[in-house]
Design a protein around this ligand. Structure first.
Ligand SMILES: Cc1ncc(COP(=O)(O)O)c(C=O)c1O
Length: 455
C-alpha cells in the first residue's frame, strides 16, 4: 500500500466535504445508547472482522449464488441450527430473502393468502411475480392501535373458500413483538397441503426460545438477522424446510441479489451463528429476564404493554395511558440518551440485544423509572378491520401511469401503492384496490395527505 496515499487520506480535512460521513460522525459522537438495529450495537470489541475481509469472489472465498465452498459450509451450519433442509445467506437484507422465498414457492399468477400487515418487500414481490393476493385480517387482540394477531381458524376459513391457494404468507412477530400462533397455523396449512411462509424478520433469535417458525412447522422463514443478532446491516437468512422448494432457493434469490454481496456481512452471519450456538442462546435467555424486569418497571409507572404472547426480548411501551403519544415519549427517551427503533402515536419500540452494555440498560431503566406522567390520552379508535374493493391485481397496476393527488380527492381512485399509517402498520389500501370514503378518512386522520393513484 502506498503509505503516503493512506496517510494523506486519514490526515486530510476533505472529510468535512462528505455530508453522510459528517452526519454519522456527529451522531456517533453523541454517544447515544442504541435500542435500534443493528443488533451488534456498534460494538467494536466483538468482531475479528475488518476492512481486509471486504473481499470478492476468489478461489478461497466462494461465490454466493454458485456456492460450494466456505459460503455453502456456513449455510449448512445455519441450516442445522434452524432445522432447515436448505438455508441461504442474504447480504441484501430480509427483503432479498422474502423475494427469494416467494419466488421459490410460487409461480406467475398464483393465489397467495397474505396477512394484511405485510412489509412492502412482500407487496413489491407480489407485484414482480404477478401474484393474486387475498387477505386474512388481524384480530384486534394486542391492544389499541396495534395490528393484532392472525388466527388459525381465520386461515382455515380463508383456505376453505380458496382451495386453489398456492401458499400462506404472514408476518410474525410483528414490529411490536406480537406473535401469532405459528404452530396452529402450520397445522392448518398442512391440512390444506399449502406451504406456510413466515416473514420472521424480527424473530431470528427466537431459536433460543424454541419459537422459531421452522421449529413450529413453517415451510420457510425469512430472518433479518441484523435486527437482533451481531450481524452487519443487510445480513439475513432464508430458511427452507421444504425439500422441493429447497432446490429453487438459490436461483430464486439470484434473480434479485447483487452479484457483489458484502463478504463482511456474510462473514458476520457466519460468526453470529457460531456465537449463537456456543453461548448466544443462553445470553438471549438471560436478556429475556432483563427485559422482563424493564417491563415490570414500565407497568409500575403506568405504561401498558402489548397483550398476549410476545417476543421475550422486544420492549414495546404503549404510551397513551401515561398521557404521551409515542413520538413524544421517544423524544423524552432521546433526551435521556436512549435512541429507540421506532415510535408512532401510541407506542415506542426498543430493540434490546445481548450487545447492549450495562450502561445502556441502566440509562433506559432510569429513564423509564423517572418518566413524567400526565393525564391519559383518549383511547384510539380501531380503524383497521376494513378491506377495500379490488379493481385489479397488484401486477396490473404496472400497466398504468400514476399520479400523486391530495388524499381528500382520492375517493373512487385506484391505489398505485400501499398506503400504510403507523399505527397500526397495516396498509389501509393496497395497489390495485379502490380508495373508498373510509380509506380517505383513515388516511387523513393519520396524517397521510397525499395518495399515489392510477392516472
Ligand atoms: C416485518 C419486516 N419484514 C421485512 C423487513 C425487511 O428487512 P430488511 O430491512 O432486512 O430488508 C422489515 C424491515 O424492517 C420488516 O420490519
Amino acid at each position: 500500500m502506498n503509505q503516503s496515499v493512506s496517510q494523506k487520506m486519514m490526515e486530510n480535512d476533505f472529510y468535512c466535504d462528505a455530508p453522510l460521513y459528517t452526519a454519522l460522525k456527529k451522531y456517533v459522537d453523541k454517544d447515544m445508547s442504541s435500542f435500534h438495529t443493528p443488533g451488534h450495537k456498534g460494538r467494536t470489541d466483538i468482531f475479528d472482522i475488518n476492512l481486509s475481509f471486504d473481499l470478492t469472489e476468489l478461489p478461497e472465498t466462494d461465490s454466493l449464488f454458485e456456492c460450494d465452498g466456505a459460503i455453502r459450509a456456513s449455510e449448512v451450519k445455519a441450516a442445522e441450527l434452524f432445522g432447515a433442509k436448505y438455508t441461504s445467506v442474504s447480504a441484501g437484507g430480509c427483503t432479498l430473502a422474502i423475494q427469494g422465498m416467494l419466488a421459490a414457492f410460487t409461480k406467475l399468477g398464483d393465489k397467495v393468502l397474505f396477512s394484511r400487515n405485510i412489509h412492502r418487500s412482500a407487496v413489491n414481490a407480489a407485484i414482480l411475480f404477478g401474484l393474486e393476493p387475498f387477505w386474512v385480517m388481524h384480530r384486534n387482540d394486542c391492544g389499541a392501535g396495534l395490528p393484532g394477531r392472525i388466527y388459525p381458524e381465520d386461515v382455515r376459513a380463508a383456505l376453505k373458500q380458496n382451495p386453489d391457494a398456492a401458499a400462506v404468507y404472514l408476518t410474525s412477530p410483528d414490529y411490536y413483538g406480537c406473535m401469532s400462533d405459528i404452530g396452529g397455523i402450520s397445522a392448518v396449512c398442512r391440512e390444506f397441503r399449502v406451504p406456510l411462509l413466515v416473514d420472521n424478520a424480527h424473530g431470528t433469535h427466537l431459536v433460543a426460545f424454541g419459537k422459531h417458525p421452522l421449529h413450529l412447522g413453517a415451510s420457510a422463514s425469512a430472518c433479518s438477522a441484523h435486527k437482533t443478532l451481531p450481524v452487519l446491516t443487510g445480513g439475513a437468512w432464508l430458511n427452507c424446510a421444504d425439500e422441493n422448494a429447497a432446490k429453487k432457493i438459490k436461483s430464486a434469490m439470484a434473480l434479485f441479489g447483487s452479484t457483489s454481496p458484502s463478504y463482511m456481512t456474510m462473514t458476520s452471519l457466519d460468526v453470529a451463528r457460531a456465537w449463537l450456538q456456543a453461548e448466544g442462546m443462553e445470553e438471549f435467555r438471560r436478556l429475556a429476564c432483563v427485559v422482563n424486569e424493564l417491563k415490570e418497571l414500565a407497568v409500575s409507572v403506568g405504561f401498558e404493554l402489548p397483550l398476549g404472547e410476545c417476543d421475550p426480548i422486544r420492549l414495546t411501551l404503549l404510551t397513551t395511558n401515561v398521557g404521551f403519544n409515542g413520538n413524544e415519549a421517544a423524544e423524552y427517551f432521546r433526551r435521556r440518551g436512549s435512541e429507540c427503533e421506532h415510535s408512532d402515536s401510541v407506542s415506542v419500540i426498543f430493540i434490546i440485544t445481548p450487545f447492549n452494555s450495562r450502561r445502556d440498560i441502566d440509562r433506559l431503566r432510569q429513564a423509564i423509572a423517572e418518566f413524567p406522567r400526565r393525564q391519559p390520552l383518549d383511547p384510539l379508535e380501531n380503524t383497521m378491520i376494513h378491506l377495500p374493493e379490488r379493481a385489479m391485481s397488484p401486477r396490473e397496476v404496472l400497466r398504468h401511469g400514476r399520479e400523486i393527488i391530495p388524499t381528500e380527492r382520492a375517493e373512487g381512485r385506484i391505489a398505485a401503492e400501499a398506503a400504510c399509517p403507523c399505527p397500526p402498520g397495516v396498509p389501509v389500501v393496497m395497489p390495485g384496490e379502490i380508495i373508498n370514503a373510509k380509506c380517505v378518512k383513515i388516511l387523513l386522520s393519520t396524517g397521510i395527505n397525499q395518495a399515489v393513484v392510477l392516472q
